[in-house]
Design a protein around this ligand. Structure first.
Ligand SMILES: [Ca+2]
Length: 168
């Protein structure tokens, strides 16, 4: 048993002693490599930190912008609801009232919009209206007859529709 241990020990010693020793030059290369690897590790660690911070900033910026967009979207949604609601109210009113629509022919037969004095291109007259020379200078939309138009005396008390430029 002792003989086997000695033989094994001899083989190990032979292998250990047969390994090449590091020369001073190799040792310097090894040290330089270790220093370079340490520098690279530091550089990579700093780069990761910078990227993480940059990502956090970008994420915060995107979240801010997303918040602004969400607010705007909510605002638009509320305005759409309001417009829908207003149109529903108007729709009911159109069924029960006549409206002046801001169209006149002060120059007989030449119907112009009061808002900008452009000549009208669409005239859905009720049968018997819109003729020249009748002396009626203001145009109203009827509550019935599919909203057809009549020219009538301007001092008649009807509701009215105004055109306006508006912004949200
Ligand atoms: Ca007229």
């Amino acid at each position: 048993m002792i003989v086997v241990r000695i033989i094994v020990l001899m083989f190990i010693c032979k292998d250990v002693t047969s390994m090449p020793c590091l020369s001073n030059e190799s040792k310097e290369d090894f040290d330089d490599s270790r220093i370079a690897l340490k520098d690279m590790e530091t550089h990579l660690r700093n780069t990761v930190k910078k990227l993480e911070n940059g990502f956090k900033n970008i994420t915060a910026s995107i979240q801010d912008q997303l918040g602004v967009v969400k607010d705007a979207l909510s605002n638009v949604g509320e305005k759409v609801k309001k417009v829908d609601s207003d149109f529903q109210v108007l729709g009911k009113d159109f069924l029960s009232k006549h409206y002046w629509i801001g169209l006149t022919d002060l120059n007989e037969g030449e119907y112009r919009w009061n808002f900008d004095q452009t000549i009208v291109s669409y005239l859905p007259w009720r049968s018997g209206y819109g003729k020249l020379g009748n002396g009626y200078d203001c145009v109203a939309m009827l509550k019935s007859n599919n909203g057809q138009w009549i020219d009538y005396t301007c001092n008649t008390k009807y509701y009215y529709i105004c055109e306006s430029n508006f912004c949200f």
